[in-house]
Design a protein around this ligand. Sequence first.
Ligand code: THR
Ligand code: THR
Lengths: 159, 159
Amino acid sequence: EHLAISDVSLDDSQARVTIIGVPDQPGLASRVFRGVAEAGVFVDMIVQSYKGKNGKARLSFTVPRRQIDSALAVTARLQADCGFEALSSSPSVAKLSVSGIGLHSHTGVAIRMFRALAEIGVNVAMISTSEVRVNVVVSAEDGERGLKALQEAFADARL
Amino acid sequence: EHLAISDVSLDDSQARVTIIGVPDQPGLASRVFRGVAEAGVFVDMIVQSYKGKNGKARLSFTVPRRQIDSALAVTARLQADCGFEALSSSPSVAKLSVSGIGLHSHTGVAIRMFRALAEIGVNVAMISTSEVRVNVVVSAEDGERGLKALQEAFADARL
Ligand SMILES: C[C@@H](O)[C@H](N)C(=O)O
Ligand SMILES: C[C@@H](O)[C@H](N)C(=O)O
C-alpha cells in the first residue's frame, strides 16, 4: 500500500477531561461545549464513542494544560444539572498525530501507528481519525518515545 | 468569530461496530484493526474515548454497509482471545462532516454543529474532531434532516 505521509507530530501542551455517563439525548453535547467555550476554554480534540450497555455516552476532550481547572469547574457545575455519572481528568497528556494524503491511506496510517506504539508498549488512551489525519492520545510520559517510534515507522512514507 | 467553512457533507454509506469493554493495554487496537484489515474490510472513522470507571476502553469504528457482516465476524472471533465484554453494531449510520479552515475555527464549528442538531432533536451518537474537520455520526434516519440543518447553520460561513 502506498502511504503518503505529510506530517508526524507531537503536541504535549494538552490536558484531558472525560465525562463518564452522559445521558445520550439531543442537546447534551451542545450544552457541554457551549459552557466550556463561554468560560473561555479552548477545546482541541473532542471524542465520543458510541454509548455502552447502560445507554450512556462518554465524552472526552482536550484543553490547554493551563485551562484544565476552568474546564473542570464548568463540567463539575453542569454535572448535577445534566446527570453525569462521573468526571475524570489528566493534567497532562500527549497527542500524537500522523497526517496522510488521500482517503484510502488513513486506515493504513492508523494500523501502522497502533502497531508501532504497541511494539514499544505505549498504551493508546484516545483515538480520533479523519480523512486526512489520525490523532491518538497517550500519557505525557510516552509522548517523546511515541513520536520517535512513529517517525521511524513512517520514515519510508514521508513526502 | 470568523468561521471559514469549506464543506458540509453527509455520508450515508457507513455501518457501525462498537467494542464495549476493551482491555486498556498496549496492543489491543493494533490487533483489532489489523484483523479487520486482513479481512479486507475498509475502516473509515475510528473513535476511542478515554476508559471508564471499570478501566476498560470502548472502540467504535465505521465500515461500508456491505462489509458489516465480515467486520462483525472478525471482532466476534477476537472477542474471546482479547476479553471484550460485548459488541454492538448498527447496519446503517449517517456521518455528517463540516470542514473548517485554520486551527481556531474547529471548536467554533463543533459548537455550531452540536447546537444545530440539538435544535432539531437529532441525537449525536459519535464525535470525532481534527484540526480541520468535525465528524459526527447520527442515526441513518437523521442524516438528511441533519445535513439540511447544518447547511443552514453554516450558510453564512461558506467559503
Ligand atoms: C484500547 C486500546 O486502544 C489499547 N489501549 C491499545 O493501546 O491498544
Ligand atoms: C452525548 C451527547 O452527544 C448527546 N447524544 C447529544 O446529542 O448531545
